[in-house]
Design a protein around this ligand. Structure first.
Ligand SMILES: [Zn+2]
Ligand SMILES: [Zn+2]
Length: 104
């Protein structure tokens, strides 16, 4: 069991700050949350989550994931297909009906 260098809570998987080398809990892992001595370095980074890793096991916290977006052009135009089928059915019914009147 490791204790957080900032708040003293016991943590199973401490986060190690790559800027000051300290071990911190999940709440204190970010440099602003543990008054990091090298917070100026962290401030110069575009994304705060990058570079923060687990102290044990070499885990990695991924950055913000991109939301899954539908690929354009791959959607099947069901509505157009339905309209086409309905139109063909109506034409067929009309043709059968007209034929029946003429030849029946
Ligand atoms: Zn802490
Ligand atoms: Zn730090």
């Amino acid at each position: 069991m490791t204790r957080c260098d900032h708040c003293g809570n016991e943590v199973v998987l401490p986060f190690s700050c790559q800027y000051c080398g300290g071990k911190f809990c999940a709440d204190c892992r970010l440099p602003p949350n543990h008054n990091c001595v090298n917070i100026a370095l962290w401030n110069s980074k575009p994304r705060p989550a990058v570079g923060i890793s687990y102290g044990k096991g070499g885990g990695y916290i991924p950055g913000p994931q991109r939301p899954r977006t539908k690929r354009p052009g791959k959607d099947i135009p069901y509505l157009k297909i339905m309209i086409a089928i309905i139109f063909l059915i109506l034409v067929g019914i009309a043709w059968i009906g007209l034929s029946g009147y003429r030849f029946g």
